[in-house]
Design a protein around this ligand. Structure first.
Ligand code: NAD
Length: 477
């Protein structure tokens, strides 16, 4: 008996969870269920994290969590509980298989069979945001080498285990040379360890366009968090419905399984929701806990139900479906088919999960880190940039004012009048002679700025690592 923590969530959550658990029980899954409350009710009861200690204890004790979608209340500064759980439990790999079920579910892409592997802990989802001036807010994008290595290795191990032929990397490293650049660089390094698997790299915009247009070109795709969030919804939707895909969130000790869609408040409580995403998430869970026999039984019964044209409203079409059903009747139809095998839909193969095969991250030797200057960010709405530059010249020491940018574009020296400027200025002070900058030059800049009445809202140190510049140039520099 495996203990599993589950949460019914919000919106359509309770309906699709009831349907899923009924099917698992009918299939005799060897599971002891433990329910917890998380989500909207917990948020609105005054617990701003959406989860209490008893719920955390249950998940950490059982280590396996089946979760229905959760509503993040709008406004009030509530953080997404999904993101909190994925990050707090170290669930770094989000695996979202999206394949079509042509001709039983209408799709423009009868042959698609793509697995989106999304980095689950980093990127803009760190949720570190600040308002810095009247006009400007920022969100910090964090990409780490351990984060990249773990997810990219996971993607290649997954491909090898499931006999997939190619892993594609999606980034925007033509623009974000340091953050997405690191992801791409690590992809190139790790791909070399897997010569049996093809590897290619796509700029996310054209990669996503090709994936939406010709998904047969792709097999496993791996990408940073935000892109993976967007691309996996698109991939699920073009396979037939966002209601079809399940996902696993896998870490070194815990794992969470869910549907990829949200709580669909527009159809909640109406017995309209397609429970397939959560059912398929639960099947991934059964595979993960070593109950491949039950996983196969359920996925086969589910495929028979789809083949028989018993469909929920999101995928039902005249001429394709034979019986339009609600959530409960769909679950019953799956139960009625337990023990049957599909005639047309390819059976899914189940292989024990890959999480344990991954080596632990080994920290690289420390690079030689040399301070070269500082970017001083200033809140200023005083007029011409030349006036700001004149004031800033007074802050110079061994580090000299090299450039001022506004929203990343160089506006001094030799800016263009056409460039639109906000009240948020990045002012770069750098050494001139190639020597390291003195550490005390940075607090000195800040003290002098205070004396000059310049409103510094933050600084970023400029470093070289083993002689390689660790910061981007200004656009137009
Ligand atoms: P959504 O995925 O809930 O719904 C988008 C559309 O798809 C809606 O029209 C909905 O009716 C339909 N849909 C979704 N699932 C369906 C299903 N199983 N069967 C039939 N139709 C289905 O996205 P949203 O409306 O943007 O978000 C609603 C709420 O869900 C928000 O509070 C959001 O934060 C939350 N959310 C939670 C998760 C999660 O818990 N993992 C993921 C995404 C969004």
């Amino acid at each position: 008996m495996q203990k599993v923590t589950y949460a019914k969530g919000d919106g359509i959550g309770p309906e699709i969870m009831d349907a899923t658990i009924r099917i698992l029980k009918a299939a005799k899954a060897r599971i002891q269920w433990e329910e917890i409350q998380v989500g909207e009710k917990v948020f609105l009861s005054g617990n701003t994290s959406g989860i209490d200690k008893a719920a955390w204890d249950s998940i950490r004790k059982n280590k396996i969590f089946l979760k229905a979608p959760i509503t993040t209340p709008q406004g009030g500064g509530y953080k997404s509980l999904n993101v909190t759980m994925r990050k707090t439990l170290g669930l770094y790999a989000n695996v979202r298989p999206c394949n079509s079920f042509h001709p039983f579910v209408e799709t423009k892409h009868p042959d698609m069979d793509v697995v989106v592997i999304r980095e689950n802990e980093e990127d803009l989802y760190a949720g570190i945001e600040h308002q810095q001036t009247n006009e400007v807010v920022q969100c910090l994008k964090l990409i780490t080498r351990p984060g990249c290595e773990k997810i990219i290795r996971y993607a290649f191990e997954y491909a090898r285990l499931y006999n997939r032929k190619k892993v594609s990397c999606f980034t925007k490293d033509n623009i974000m040379k340091h953050t997405d650049g690191l992801f791409h660089q690590v992809f190139k390094e790790i791909a070399q360890e897997y010569p049996d698997i093809k590897a290619d790299n796509w700029i996310i915009d054209i990669g996503a366009a090709r994936l939406a247009d010709t998904p047969e070109m792709f097999d496993v795709v791996v990408m940073p968090n935000l892109y993976g969030d967007v691309v996996s919804d698109i991939t699920a939707q073009i396979s037939g419905s966002v209601g079809l895909a399940g996902s696993s969130n896998v870490g070194e000790t815990c794992a969470m399984f869910e549907a990829i869609h949200g709580s669909a408040p527009d159809i909640a409580g109406k017995d309209l929701a397609n429970p397939s995403g959560l059912i398929r998430g639960a099947v991934m869970m059964l595979n993960h806990i070593g109950q491949q026999d039950i996983a196969e039984k359920i996925i086969n019964a589910w495929a028979c139900t789809i083949e028989d044209g018993v469909l929920t409203a999101d995928i039902y079409k005249e001429g394709i479906g034979r019986q339009l059903v609600g959530t409960k009747a769909f679950a019953q139809a799956v139960i009625d088919r337990l023990g049957k095998r599909p005639r047309h839909i390819k059976g899914e193969s189940f292989t024990k999960d890959v999480k344990l095969n991954l080596p632990r991250y080994k920290r690289k030797p420390k690079a030689n880190k040399v301070l070269k200057g500082v970017d001083v960010f200033v809140d200023w709405d005083g007029g011409r940039v030349d006036e700001l530059a004149m004031k800033l010249k007074n802050l110079e020491s061994d580090i000299k004012l090299k450039m001022i940018t506004n929203r990343g574009v160089k506006v001094w020296p030799e800016g263009f009048e056409e460039t639109f400027c906000t009240d948020h200025w990045r002012c770069r002070f750098e050494v001139e002679n190639g020597h390291p900058a003195k550490k005390q030059s940075i607090p000195e800049v800040l003290v002098k700025a205070l004396e000059q009445g310049i409103d510094v809202i933050k600084t970023e140190n400029l470093y070289e690592f083993d002689g390689i510049r660790g910061y981007s140039l200004g656009q137009g520099q």
